[in-house]
Design a protein around this ligand. Structure first.
Ligand SMILES: *Cc1c(COP(=O)(O)O)cnc(C)c1O
Length: 408
């Protein structure tokens, strides 16, 4: 009897990967894992393997996957009303914005959906404020931004990126932005001119590889902005809502920005919800017709946003992030590895920098995946660890065994 060697059947995973490869635009380079279930800090792939999610969807899942309270709020709202557009009022947006403003300590908020839209909102807000309140000549307003910034992917936003790949082939770009080195207060002082209306900054740069600026940077920047009548615009889309061990990362230096941008975890990993938050001096530049979004402030998003905020506050996730983050960072620093250049971060926003001589961070992420941990490289040399803030010390202890094995 002869047997013919049939080629092995493609795995379930392989079939999904090929389908995505065939039908999607190739604008991402994901790890080859196909997920179909999530609960809390855990996700499962289509073959039944379980992983600790240490990316948490770039901090959009601070509350954990499918937090029961957020899912219940979404379900209940879906059974009542999901979309009104802003042509009419709904009974969720007002309470949502009040709760958001009370939590953040500002007068008003403008709801959008994605982070990039909230950044665009802030840009429009400070520009118009500059013309109206500061008397900047029409069309001359300038906004200062930092090298290696990440504020989203619209054409205006990538136009002031310093990352060549984000821009190449996508111009021409919106004028009116000036790029300075991050963390350099003298550069900010030198860059402020008569037409500078805003300074747009991340209190920790996430996508750049978890870059923590020097101590006092945000406080000094806030003071410089105040002295010069420049609006400080803090992009806390990733650093906000507990991620860095404070409710907002600006709280570390008791800084109150003029405009605060939030997104990601505001939707609890369930629905895209973002907002630009400010006092009336800034918010009141908007008149009916100036700005908007079909889905911004919709009742489903607002109900999800309310539950997402409530979970962060009631479960004291900022404190969890602070305590677990500093302990976890110490443990990572204690790993004796020939490949690690350093560990940096705040709270549970942590980057492990791989030495260039040890290659890029990608193979380390692939090795972690085979050991049940999902992490993603950022900027070639950095493995980012940013699990849901609901993670327990015991779960992190278990993860450390695997991380240590991979880093050694
Ligand atoms: C993710 C992110 C954005 C963009 O948010 P999207 O929802 O992807 O548009 C902007 N700024 C920062 C700091 C981010 O981390």
């Amino acid at each position: 009897m002869t047997t013919t060697m049939a080629p092995p059947a493609p795995s379930v995973t392989q079939r999904y990967l090929e389908e995505a490869e065939r039908y999607s635009a190739h604008n991402y380079h994901p790890l080859p894992v196909v997920l179909d279930r999530g609960e809390g800090v855990w996700v499962w792939d289509v073959e039944g393997n379980r992983y600790l999610d240490m990316l948490a969807s770039y901090s959009a899942v601070n509350q954990g996957h499918r937090h029961p309270e957020i899912i219940a709020a979404a379900r209940e709202q879906m059974d009542r009303l999901t979309l009104t557009s802003r042509a009419f009022h709904n009974d969720q947006m007002g309470p949502f914005l009040r709760e958001l403003c009370e939590a953040a300590g500002f007068d008003a908020a403008l709801p959008m959906n994605t982070g990039a839209e909230a950044v665009e909102t802030a840009i429009k807000m400070v520009r118009k404020w500059g013309y109206q309140a500061r008397g900047v000549p029409d069309g001359e307003a300038e906004i200062i931004v930092c090298e290696d910034n990440f504020h989203g992917r619209t054409t205006t936003i990538v136009g002031f990126s310093s990352e060549e790949q984000y821009r190449a082939g996508f111009g021409p770009f919106t004028p009116g932005f000036r790029v300075i080195p991050y963390g350099d207060i003298d550069a900010l002082r030198a860059a402020i001119g008569p037409n500078t209306v805003g300074f747009l900054v991340e209190p920790i740069q996430g996508e750049a590889g978890v870059i923590v600026p020097p101590d006092g940077y945000m406080r000094d920047a806030a003071e410089l902005c105040r002295e010069n009548g420049v609006a400080l615009v803090a992009d806390e889309i990733q650093t906000g809502l507990g991620r860095t061990g404070r409710f907002f990362c600006c709280d570390w230096e008791d800084v109150r920005p003029d405009v605060l941008i939030v997104g990601k975890a505001l939707g609890g990993g369930v629905y895209p919800v973002s907002a630009a938050i400010a006092d009336s001096e800034f918010m009141d530049v908007f008149r009916p017709g100036d700005h908007g979004s079909t889905f911004g402030g919709n009742p489903l998003g607002a109900a999800v946003g309310r539950a997402s905020l409530r979970v962060i506050i009631e479960e004291d996730l900022s404190r969890r992030s602070d305590e677990l983050g500093s302990w976890f960072m110490d443990r990572l620093r204690a790993i004796d590895s020939p490949h690690v250049e350093g560990v940096r971060g705040r709270g549970l926003m942590i980057g492990v920098v791989i030495k260039e001589s040890s290659g890029t961070a990608r193979p380390y992420c692939e090795a972690l995946k085979t050991r049940g941990i999902l992490a993603k490289e950022t900027h070639h040399q950095v493995v980012r660890f940013a699990p849901p803030l609901t993670v327990t010390r015991a779960e992190l202890e278990d993860a450390l065994v695997e991380i240590e094995a991979v880093l050694r």
